[in-house]
Design a protein around this ligand. Sequence first.
Ligand SMILES: Cc1cc2nc3c(=O)[nH]c(=O)nc-3n(C[C@H](O)[C@H](O)[C@H](O)COP(=O)(O)O)c2cc1C
Length: 186
Amino acid sequence: MIWGFYRFFTKCSGMNMTRCFQIGCGIIKQKNNTTKTPKTQRRVKTKMKKLALYYSFDAHTKRIAHEKSKDLKVDLLLEIKELKQRTKFNVMTSGAIEAIRMKKSEIESLDVNFDDYGTIIIFMPLWGGSPAPAMNSVIELIPKGKEVELYITSEKGDSARSADNTSNEIQKRGSLVTKYVDLKIG
Ligand SMILES: Cc1cc2nc3c(=O)[nH]c(=O)nc-3n(C[C@H](O)[C@H](O)[C@H](O)COP(=O)(O)O)c2cc1C
C-alpha cells in the first residue's frame, strides 16, 4: 500500500522516487520557491513597527514631529488634518473651548492600517491646557492593544492639568500609554 502511495505521489508531483523517499524520511528538505515569513515573526515585526501622527496649526508641532520621528525610528509619519479650515481667531476662541471640553473635531480620513503597527506616537499641541481637539478624534481611531506614546507641545512645556485625562481616555479604549512627554517649543 505504501508502495502504491509512493508511485501515485511521484506520478502526480513529477518527482523522482529517490527524492520522494529522501523527503519522506526527512533526509533532505523540499525546495520551496515562495518565501513566507512565519506567523510568529510577522507578529513581532508588526509589534515593533511605529506609526506617528501629528496635528499642527502653526507648524511648531510639525517641525518637532519630523525631528523626533527620526530619533524614534518611526516607520510612518502622517499629518492629521481637520476638515474645517480654522482661522487664528477661531483657534483662540472656539478651538480652545473645544479642547478644554475634550470635544472631537472632524478630521480627514487616514490612509493607514493601524493593525500594521504596535506603537502609535502622537504629537499634539496644547490649547487652553488640553490637547487640541484633533487629539480626541485620533484617540477614537486607535485599536485596542497598542502602545501609545504622547508628545504634547506647548509654550510652557507643562500639560499636567490634562495629562491624566488624556492618558485615561486612551487606556479606556484598551491601549497602554507607555510614554507621556511635554515639549516646550523653542
Ligand atoms: C488656542 C491656543 C491655546 C494655547 N494654550 C496654551 C496653554 O494652555 N499652555 C501653553 O503652554 N501653551 C499654549 N498654547 C501654545 C501652543 O501650545 C504652542 O504654541 C504649540 O506648540 C503650537 O503648536 P503648533 O504650532 O503646531 O500649532 C496655546 C496656543 C493656542 C493657539
